[in-house]
Design a protein around this ligand. Structure first.
Ligand code: CP
Ligand code: NVA
Length: 308
């Protein structure tokens, strides 16, 4: 069966744990190598990934391109506005055609249903590179970063501040798979998707909702936030004022555990969701997190091809 990676549950906790181990191992053996040099085993030699972008990207695009290069394969960047997709060719037909040329497809788009439709009609693996609903690739990198920084996932206390968005949905999904706890502090009207929360709770994760940022971060191991205005929401002017009490600043960080880490998927809006002092401070692990997109992507790709 074709392995699609549309959400974390498509792989499940055991496979994601195996991906994390694979990423740690592969990252370690190529320390100090030129970034474009292929891994010694080149496990995806001869394979090509098409990357369809309906939204902007720095990290996802670059990390997938370099991931394919390091795995010995190739990638093709496709901006949807320059494809027939941008002129109305259907997702289904695009899926059928691309499946004849390439070995896997990554897509970043708005409506999650588009990714599902692409996967339904593709005969090769499809990877969700972010939708309005979720961002599973980001969270594999985040789990890798949290683990690398010495925190074990079961029982972890993770606090999320700000907007109830796609990144949070995938964190909540991960909480269910790895049995960690999420304290969510978002303003009224900006809550995240109920179905992810119900699913995580049913799996044994403790997901708590509060309007009080201090309550969420108190004693937390990890503090996570993201932009208050996601791509496609550019006209949400009233949102900034509602979000201000949820800005991650030094006062809030001081309420978390002394060894708490700060994560942000980036791009950041400094002075909005996070202050310079926190994002550039000693508890911030954002550059490791960004680098880990590359290492996580390689393991996600290997899983899609049945190598994990
Ligand atoms: N974090 C992330 O997905 O970044 P890009 O939008 O730059 O890909
Ligand atoms: N929530 C953000 C994440 C960007 C990587 C967005 O969807 O724009």
């Amino acid at each position: 069966m074709t392995r699609h990676f549309l959400n974390l549950a498509d792989a499940g906790g055991d496979a994601i744990a195996a991906m994390l181990n694979d990423a740690i191992d592969r990252k370690a053996v190529r320390q100090g190598w030129p970034k474009g040099k292929a891994d010694a085993d080149a496990p995806l030699a001869g394979h090509t990934l098409a990357m369809v972008f309906e939204k902007n990207s720095t990290r996802t695009r670059t990390s997938f391109e370099m991931a394919m290069k390091q795995l010995g394969g190739d990638s093709i960047f496709m901006a949807s506005g320059q494809m027939q997709l941008g002129r109305g060719e259907s997702i289904a037909d695009t899926a059928r055609v691309l499946s004849r040329y390439v070995d896997a497809i990554m897509i970043r788009t708005d409506d999650h249903a588009k990714v599902e439709e692409l996967a339904h009609h593709a005969s090769v693996p499809v990877i969700n590179g972010l939708t309005d609903l979720s961002h599973p690739c980001q969270i594999v990198a985040d789990l890798l970063t949290i683990t690398e920084h010495g925190k074990s996932l079961p029982g972890l206390e993770l606090a999320w501040l700000g907007d109830g968005n796609n990144v949070l949905n995938s964190i909540v999904e991960a909480a269910g798979l790895f049995k960690f706890n999420v304290r969510i502090a978002v303003p009224q009207g900006y809550e995240s998707d109920d179905s992810f929360i119900e699913c995580a709770r049913a799996a044994g994760a403790n997901v708590t909702l509060t309007r009080d940022a201090a309550e969420a971060v108190s004693g937390a191991d990890v503090i996570v936030t993201d932009t208050w205005v996601s791509m496609g929401q550019e006209h949400a002017h009233n949102k900034i004022a509602a979000m201000m009490p949820y800005q991650v600043n030094e006062q809030l960080m001081a309420m978390a555990k002394a060894d708490a880490k700060f994560l942000h998927c980036l791009p950041a809006h400094r002075g909005e969701e996070v202050t310079d002092a926190v994002i550039d401070g000693p508890q911030s692990v954002i550059w490791d997190e960004a680098e880990n997109r590359l290492h996580a992507q390689k393991s996600i790709l290997r899983w899609c091809f049945g190598q994990i």
